[in-house]
Design a protein around this ligand. Structure first.
Ligand SMILES: [Fe+2]
Ligand SMILES: [Fe+2]
Length: 374
């Protein structure tokens, strides 16, 4: 996963490491007195605010581990009903599963287009060392949020790959390969943090974070949206910085073009999964839930980004324009999915009350008609 959304994907609020009375980008002096000279391992507390405070009062002697409390927009890790998942992907029970399509997707994932893509160079450390003041702290927050988000996807996909192995080996292997991608993304971001003398304690995160339960239906909605939003966020930043290289202050963005293709493939896989589960899309409750998820994810993304306009302005983006662009593009993708389902499965789902989508629905309906008549 890639998108930075509290509802769907975990993001920690870095600015609240110590106390809400601290300045937005301050760090606890007791544990991390100099950003440029000391190395901090960031622990994210899964317990209460008091526990986080207690941890902050008793820093580990072995390392400068810093507790981060959770807030309303704090990221979460997700778990689901794996027994229900096994039933959904049982080819004996669900005859709508298009195994040929999943086989084709599996070959795509096995190709592993980005196997050699995530190779660092000396530019990273040099760029990080040049960054000072608020921009440096903003970047640390960005890397930490993104790393946690990617790691959340890794954990969920890895478990799904493990649990579906017997029921549907093809789908299980795709999940495992997607977890490979997400682990690669999280690791790359964590190495970025090391340029700033930080590192996320991912082992601690795995054990200590709270896991939020979502039924499979909601996991499908959330992860599909998350992957597609992640794709559009990454590619938008990449294209913007390519056109405006004066804002290219850290080389990680140069990797976004290929990186976002991983997220796009993940989204396409969830699109195929949803096509195989029309019962999650074709009644009035499903329509309402789908709308709710769209709205929640968009609002959460917007609120998160508005809290961090300094980051987007730092790379030359207008936060609101950036978010609107992402929302519109993702909505167009959704409308294409809707068109497909309406055309080929005779169901009407996921319509969003957005003039852009309405316009595009007309367009893509005619495109689907043309394609189907060929
Ligand atoms: Fe990812
Ligand atoms: Fe992903």
């Amino acid at each position: 996963m890639a998108a930075e959304m509290a509802l769907v994907k975990p993001i920690s609020k870095f600015s609240t490491i110590a106390t809400t009375t601290k300045p937005r980008f301050s760090y606890p002096k007791a544990t991390c007195t100099s950003l440029s000279t000391r190395f901090c391992t960031i622990k994210m507390s899964a317990t209460s605010e008091q526990a986080a405070a207690a941890t902050a009062q008793k820093p580990s002697k072995k390392s400068n581990k810093t507790a981060i409390k959770e807030t309303l927009l704090t990221p979460r890790f997700y778990t689901t009903d794996f027994d229900e998942m096994e039933t959904l992907f049982n080819t004996e029970i669900n005859k709508k599963l298009n195994q040929a399509e999943f086989e084709a997707l599996l070959q795509e994932f096995k190709t592993d287009y980005n196997q050699t893509h995530f190779v660092r160079n000396k530019e990273f450390k040099e760029a990080a060392d040049k960054m000072q003041g608020p921009l440096r702290q903003i970047f640390v927050e960005f890397l930490e949020r993104s790393c946690t988000a990617e790691f959340s996807g890794f954990l969920l996909y890895k478990e799904l790959g493990r649990r579906l192995k017997k029921t549907n080996p093809v789908v299980a292997e795709i999940f495992s390969l997607m977890s490979r991608d997400e682990a690669r993304h999280a690791g790359f971001l964590n190495k970025g943090l090391s340029d700033f003398n930080y590192a996320l304690d991912l082992g601690f995160l795995t054990k200590a974070r709270k896991y939020t339960f979502f039924k499979p239906k909601f996991i499908f909605y959330a992860t599909y949206l998350s992957e597609k939003i992640g794709y559009w966020r990454y590619i938008t930043i990449y294209r913007h910085l390519k056109a405006n290289p004066e804002f290219q202050c850290y080389p990680i963005f140069k990797y976004f073009e290929n990186w976002c293709q991983d997220e796009n493939r993940h989204g396409d896989f969830f699109s195929a999964l949803m096509k195989a589960q029309p019962q999650f899309l074709n009644d009035w409750k499903a329509k309402l839930w789908a709308r709710f998820f769209c709205l929640s994810v968009y609002v959460t993304m917007y609120l998160n980004d508005c809290q961090r306009t300094a980051f987007y302005e730092g790379i030359g983006l207008d936060t609101k324009e950036f978010d609107m662009h992402v929302i519109i593009e993702v909505s167009l993708w959704l409308s294409l999915l809707v068109c497909f389902l309406q055309k080929f499965m005779k169901i009407s789902v996921l319509r969003i009350n957005c003039q852009y989508v309405e316009l595009d629905s007309t367009l893509c309906t005619s495109q689907v008609s043309q394609q189907s008549s060929l």
